[in-house]
Design a protein around this ligand. Structure first.
Ligand code: NI
Ligand code: MN
Length: 230
Protein backbone atom coordinates (compact mmCIF):
# COMPACT_ATOMS: atom_id res chain seq x y z
CA UNK A 1 0.00 0.00 0.00
CA UNK A 2 1.26 3.45 -0.82
CA UNK A 3 0.25 6.05 1.70
CA UNK A 4 0.86 6.80 5.35
CA UNK A 5 -1.09 8.59 8.04
CA UNK A 6 1.02 10.51 10.55
CA UNK A 7 -0.66 11.38 13.85
CA UNK A 8 0.98 13.55 16.50
CA UNK A 9 0.24 12.26 20.00
CA UNK A 10 1.86 15.25 21.71
CA UNK A 11 5.50 15.77 22.74
CA UNK A 12 7.65 13.43 20.56
CA UNK A 13 5.05 10.67 20.23
CA UNK A 14 3.86 9.88 16.72
CA UNK A 15 1.79 7.09 15.24
CA UNK A 16 2.60 6.18 11.61
CA UNK A 17 -0.08 4.05 9.99
CA UNK A 18 0.15 2.15 6.72
CA UNK A 19 -0.51 -1.61 6.47
CA UNK A 20 1.36 -1.80 9.77
CA UNK A 21 1.48 0.73 12.60
CA UNK A 22 4.66 2.24 14.01
CA UNK A 23 4.53 4.07 17.33
CA UNK A 24 7.47 6.34 18.16
CA UNK A 25 8.35 7.51 21.70
CA UNK A 26 5.01 6.66 23.36
CA UNK A 27 5.02 9.12 26.28
CA UNK A 28 1.27 9.06 26.97
CA UNK A 29 0.81 8.53 30.74
CA UNK A 30 1.94 11.72 32.46
CA UNK A 31 1.87 13.66 29.21
CA UNK A 32 -0.55 16.54 29.86
CA UNK A 33 -1.24 17.07 26.13
CA UNK A 34 -1.71 13.40 25.15
CA UNK A 35 -4.94 12.99 23.13
CA UNK A 36 -5.48 9.33 24.04
CA UNK A 37 -4.68 6.74 26.69
CA UNK A 38 -1.97 4.10 26.29
CA UNK A 39 -4.72 1.42 26.19
CA UNK A 40 -6.03 2.84 22.91
CA UNK A 41 -2.74 2.20 21.10
CA UNK A 42 -2.16 -1.13 19.36
CA UNK A 43 1.03 -0.78 17.29
CA UNK A 44 2.92 -3.46 15.39
CA UNK A 45 6.24 -1.74 16.09
CA UNK A 46 7.46 0.66 18.80
CA UNK A 47 10.62 2.67 18.11
CA UNK A 48 12.24 4.41 21.08
CA UNK A 49 14.76 7.22 20.50
CA UNK A 50 16.35 7.26 23.97
CA UNK A 51 15.92 6.36 27.61
CA UNK A 52 14.41 9.53 29.05
CA UNK A 53 10.99 9.04 30.59
CA UNK A 54 9.31 11.47 28.16
CA UNK A 55 10.34 9.13 25.28
CA UNK A 56 10.50 5.59 26.71
CA UNK A 57 7.12 6.49 28.23
CA UNK A 58 4.60 3.63 28.15
CA UNK A 59 6.74 1.36 25.96
CA UNK A 60 6.86 -1.52 28.45
CA UNK A 61 3.12 -1.49 29.19
CA UNK A 62 2.04 -1.13 25.54
CA UNK A 63 4.61 -3.71 24.43
CA UNK A 64 3.32 -6.29 26.93
CA UNK A 65 -0.27 -5.88 25.83
CA UNK A 66 0.17 -5.35 22.09
CA UNK A 67 2.89 -8.01 21.72
CA UNK A 68 4.55 -5.76 19.19
CA UNK A 69 8.19 -5.57 18.19
CA UNK A 70 10.18 -2.95 20.11
CA UNK A 71 13.36 -1.36 18.78
CA UNK A 72 15.80 0.92 20.57
CA UNK A 73 19.49 1.38 21.08
CA UNK A 74 21.13 -1.70 22.65
CA UNK A 75 21.31 -0.38 26.24
CA UNK A 76 17.68 0.77 26.30
CA UNK A 77 16.62 -2.59 24.81
CA UNK A 78 18.41 -4.36 27.67
CA UNK A 79 16.56 -2.20 30.18
CA UNK A 80 13.19 -2.93 28.53
CA UNK A 81 13.97 -6.65 28.57
CA UNK A 82 14.75 -6.40 32.30
CA UNK A 83 11.12 -5.26 32.71
CA UNK A 84 9.83 -8.51 31.25
CA UNK A 85 9.06 -7.58 27.65
CA UNK A 86 11.16 -8.46 24.63
CA UNK A 87 12.99 -5.64 22.86
CA UNK A 88 15.48 -5.64 20.00
CA UNK A 89 18.63 -3.57 20.15
CA UNK A 90 20.22 -1.77 17.25
CA UNK A 91 22.66 1.08 16.83
CA UNK A 92 23.39 4.12 14.70
CA UNK A 93 23.73 3.53 10.97
CA UNK A 94 21.90 0.22 11.28
CA UNK A 95 18.64 -0.61 9.55
CA UNK A 96 15.99 -3.19 10.37
CA UNK A 97 13.27 -4.29 7.97
CA UNK A 98 9.98 -5.46 9.37
CA UNK A 99 7.22 -6.47 6.99
CA UNK A 100 7.84 -3.73 4.45
CA UNK A 101 8.80 -1.04 6.96
CA UNK A 102 12.41 -0.04 7.49
CA UNK A 103 13.86 1.73 10.49
CA UNK A 104 17.34 3.25 10.25
CA UNK A 105 18.85 4.56 13.46
CA UNK A 106 20.52 7.97 13.13
CA UNK A 107 22.69 10.24 15.26
CA UNK A 108 21.22 12.62 17.85
CA UNK A 109 23.11 15.05 20.09
CA UNK A 110 21.59 14.74 23.54
CA UNK A 111 21.82 12.31 26.51
CA UNK A 112 19.98 9.05 27.23
CA UNK A 113 19.91 7.92 30.87
CA UNK A 114 17.02 5.87 32.23
CA UNK A 115 16.05 7.60 35.43
CA UNK A 116 15.10 5.70 38.56
CA UNK A 117 14.67 7.21 42.00
CA UNK A 118 18.07 8.46 43.14
CA UNK A 119 20.14 6.99 40.30
CA UNK A 120 20.16 6.37 36.55
CA UNK A 121 20.50 3.23 34.46
CA UNK A 122 22.81 3.41 31.45
CA UNK A 123 20.69 4.34 28.47
CA UNK A 124 23.44 4.18 25.89
CA UNK A 125 23.29 7.18 23.61
CA UNK A 126 20.34 8.99 22.06
CA UNK A 127 19.19 8.44 18.50
CA UNK A 128 16.76 9.42 15.79
CA UNK A 129 15.14 7.27 13.10
CA UNK A 130 14.60 7.40 9.38
CA UNK A 131 11.49 5.34 8.73
CA UNK A 132 10.32 4.10 5.34
CA UNK A 133 6.63 3.27 5.47
CA UNK A 134 3.83 3.27 2.92
CA UNK A 135 6.13 4.51 0.16
CA UNK A 136 7.27 7.55 2.17
CA UNK A 137 10.40 8.43 4.15
CA UNK A 138 10.02 10.12 7.52
CA UNK A 139 12.84 11.38 9.75
CA UNK A 140 12.12 11.55 13.50
CA UNK A 141 15.05 13.48 14.97
CA UNK A 142 14.51 12.39 18.59
CA UNK A 143 15.81 14.85 21.18
CA UNK A 144 18.73 16.67 19.62
CA UNK A 145 20.37 19.90 18.82
CA UNK A 146 21.35 20.68 15.27
CA UNK A 147 24.43 18.91 13.89
CA UNK A 148 26.19 19.23 10.56
CA UNK A 149 25.67 15.58 9.66
CA UNK A 150 21.95 16.23 9.26
CA UNK A 151 23.16 17.05 5.75
CA UNK A 152 24.30 13.42 5.42
CA UNK A 153 20.89 12.21 6.59
CA UNK A 154 19.40 14.37 3.84
CA UNK A 155 21.82 13.09 1.22
CA UNK A 156 21.53 9.40 2.16
CA UNK A 157 17.81 9.03 2.88
CA UNK A 158 16.11 12.10 1.32
CA UNK A 159 13.34 12.30 3.93
CA UNK A 160 10.11 13.82 2.69
CA UNK A 161 8.90 14.61 6.21
CA UNK A 162 10.99 15.68 9.21
CA UNK A 163 9.67 15.61 12.76
CA UNK A 164 11.84 18.12 14.65
CA UNK A 165 11.98 19.31 18.26
CA UNK A 166 11.63 23.08 18.72
CA UNK A 167 11.02 23.38 22.48
CA UNK A 168 14.48 24.69 23.45
CA UNK A 169 16.01 24.05 26.91
CA UNK A 170 16.42 20.25 26.42
CA UNK A 171 16.64 20.24 22.61
CA UNK A 172 17.19 22.74 19.85
CA UNK A 173 14.95 25.78 19.80
CA UNK A 174 13.49 27.67 16.86
CA UNK A 175 16.76 29.24 15.68
CA UNK A 176 18.61 25.90 15.54
CA UNK A 177 15.62 23.95 14.18
CA UNK A 178 15.22 26.46 11.36
CA UNK A 179 18.85 25.91 10.36
CA UNK A 180 18.31 22.14 10.67
CA UNK A 181 15.54 22.38 8.07
CA UNK A 182 18.04 24.01 5.71
CA UNK A 183 20.30 20.97 6.22
CA UNK A 184 17.59 18.30 5.92
CA UNK A 185 15.55 19.91 3.11
CA UNK A 186 12.34 17.91 3.60
CA UNK A 187 9.06 18.81 1.88
CA UNK A 188 7.24 18.96 5.20
CA UNK A 189 8.24 19.58 8.81
CA UNK A 190 6.03 18.89 11.79
CA UNK A 191 7.38 20.53 14.98
CA UNK A 192 7.39 18.50 18.21
CA UNK A 193 8.71 18.54 21.80
CA UNK A 194 7.15 21.93 22.67
CA UNK A 195 4.27 23.21 24.84
CA UNK A 196 4.02 19.90 26.73
CA UNK A 197 5.22 21.71 29.84
CA UNK A 198 5.75 25.43 30.54
CA UNK A 199 9.51 24.95 30.51
CA UNK A 200 9.41 24.13 26.77
CA UNK A 201 6.75 26.63 25.72
CA UNK A 202 7.25 27.87 22.20
CA UNK A 203 5.27 29.60 19.45
CA UNK A 204 5.21 27.18 16.49
CA UNK A 205 3.98 29.99 14.21
CA UNK A 206 7.30 31.75 14.77
CA UNK A 207 9.06 28.56 13.58
CA UNK A 208 6.74 28.29 10.58
CA UNK A 209 7.42 31.88 9.54
CA UNK A 210 11.19 31.48 9.94
CA UNK A 211 11.34 28.22 7.94
CA UNK A 212 8.97 29.28 5.18
CA UNK A 213 10.76 32.60 4.67
CA UNK A 214 14.13 30.83 4.23
CA UNK A 215 13.29 27.49 2.55
CA UNK A 216 10.75 25.76 0.29
CA UNK A 217 9.75 23.47 3.19
CA UNK A 218 6.18 23.66 4.47
CA UNK A 219 5.72 23.63 8.25
CA UNK A 220 2.54 21.86 9.32
CA UNK A 221 1.48 22.66 12.87
CA UNK A 222 -0.74 20.02 14.42
CA UNK A 223 -2.71 19.78 17.63
CA UNK A 224 -2.19 16.56 19.59
CA UNK A 225 -4.41 13.89 18.02
CA UNK A 226 -4.41 15.49 14.56
CA UNK A 227 -3.02 13.76 11.48
CA UNK A 228 -1.69 14.34 8.01
CA UNK A 229 -2.03 11.79 5.24
CA UNK A 230 0.52 11.35 2.47
NI1 NI B 1 15.57 13.53 26.30
MN1 MN C 1 12.69 14.82 25.73
Amino acid sequence: MVGVKITWLGHSAFLLEAEKKVLIDPFISGNPIAPCSPEELDPDIIAVTHGHRDHLGDTVEIGKRAECRIFSIHEVANYIKSKGVFAEGMNKGGTVNVEGISLTMTEALHSSSIDASGFSFDGGSPAGYVIQIGGHTIYHAGDTTIFGDMQLISELYEPEVALLPIGDRFTMGIKEATKAVEFIRPKIVIPMHYNTFDIISQDPLEFKQAVESKTDTKVIIKKPGESIEL
